[in-house]
Design a binder for this molecule. Structure first.
Ligand code: C2E
Ligand code: MG
Ligand code: MG
Ligand code: MG
Length: 294
């Protein structure tokens, strides 16, 4: 890349390198960044959520909050892509603030409708270094009078490893509010076990790259099994993400994995559809349990 290209397109934070069509790609990203800034300001993002189900009882035990961006021209954009873009463009803070507002308001609405379902919010590494984040969260709890067990946070192993001491301090402050914390994408971040043990977390989410192939690939199955054992030995709840087949569910059930999340149960859906989905899930699973002879 020449200097001019670098100016408009800083490849920070391990951003994917590109060779062909560089300028076009940079122009696209720059224009998307401007659009994202506006989308946040104009409230054009969407709150989606995906259920988490307790494997032994088949009960819904929570949902993950996932942001979506329906671009006026390009349609629904890949979340993975625009989160990276937001991280590199310094837009994560406003995005996280938008998400927190959306999640608290949804949690309040569900509570009013008689549904108390935990929502877990993904935080980026950058959020952990925002000294105002915990104050903002505390303020949202009192504004909406939402109880602390209904809002949870997910942090990837790699976000926690960027500045381990800062991360530990932020997590400790969140934990003091009574919030449940998850380590996301577990197994992909090369963190040391002694560091993990010091973190005030409640759950680990085994990354989908280990869960999805576990039926066909024995190495993945071994990794999943030993992670479950490790988690349980450390008194942590273990969630498997990317559960997209009955075969994988059965394997996880056999090794006493606690919670499953994935397309087998449901794709992420607009948050306002969640309570209908849950009613249907309960109906289906109650029917299954009462089939004679099963
Ligand atoms: P994640 O937190 O690990 O979320 C799980 C991702 O896996 C979601 O993708 C979900 O749709 C997808 N997924 C779940 N089950 C299955 C399955 O069975 N099969 C397949 N193929 N995929 C499955 P999504 O929503 O595109 O999000 C991607 C990543 O973007 C998330 O990974 C998270 O790291 C990040 N993200 C999403 N929303 C937010 C947000 O509000 N803030 C921040 N900071 N990051 C977010
Ligand atoms: Mg997550
Ligand atoms: Mg994950
Ligand atoms: Mg992931």
């Amino acid at each position: 890349a020449n200097a001019a290209t670098n100016d408009v397109c800083p490849a920070r934070g391990g951003y994917a390198l590109y060779t062909g069509g560089q300028e076009q790609e940079c122009t696209r990203r720059l224009s998307l960044m401007g659009d994202l800034r506006q989308a946040i300001e104009r409230n054009e993002l969407l709150l989606y959520c995906q259920p988490k189900v307790d494997i032994a009882s088949r009960r819904v035990c929570g949902t993950e909050a996932l942001v979506r961006w329906q671009h006026p021209v390009h349609g629904m954009l890949s979340t993975m892509e625009f989160i990276k873009l937001a991280e590199n463009a310094g837009l994560i803070t406003p995005l996280t603030h938008w998400m927190l507002d959306a999640v608290f308001s949804q949690s309040y609405a569900w509570h009013e409708a008689g549904l108390d379902r935990a929502l877990s919010v993904n935080l980026s590494a950058h959020d952990l270094y925002d000294p105002m984040l915990v104050d903002r969260i505390q303020c949202l709890f009192s504004t909406w009078s939402v109880s602390p067990e209904l809002i949870q946070f997910e942090l990837t192993e790699s976000a926690l490893m960027q500045e381990p001491l800062v991360a530990l301090e932020a997590l400790t402050r969140l934990k003091k509010l009574g919030i449940r914390l998850f380590i996301d994408d577990f197994g992909t971040g090369y963190s040391s076990l002694s560091y993990l043990q010091k973190l005030p977390v409640d759950s680990i989410k085994i990354d989908q790259s280990f869960v999805m192939p576990m039926e066909a690939n024995n190495d993945s199955a071994v990794i999943v099994r030993s992670t479950i054992e490790l988690g349980h030995n450390l008194d942590l709840e273990v969630v498997a993400e990317g559960v997209d087949s009955q075969a994988v569910w059965n394997l996880l059930s056999a090794v006493e994995c606690d919670v499953a999340q994935g397309y087998l149960i449901s794709m992420p859906m607009p948050a306002e559809q969640f309570s209908d989905w849950e009613n249907e899930w309960v109906r289906m699973n109650t029917a299954k349990l009462t089939v004679p002879g099963q």
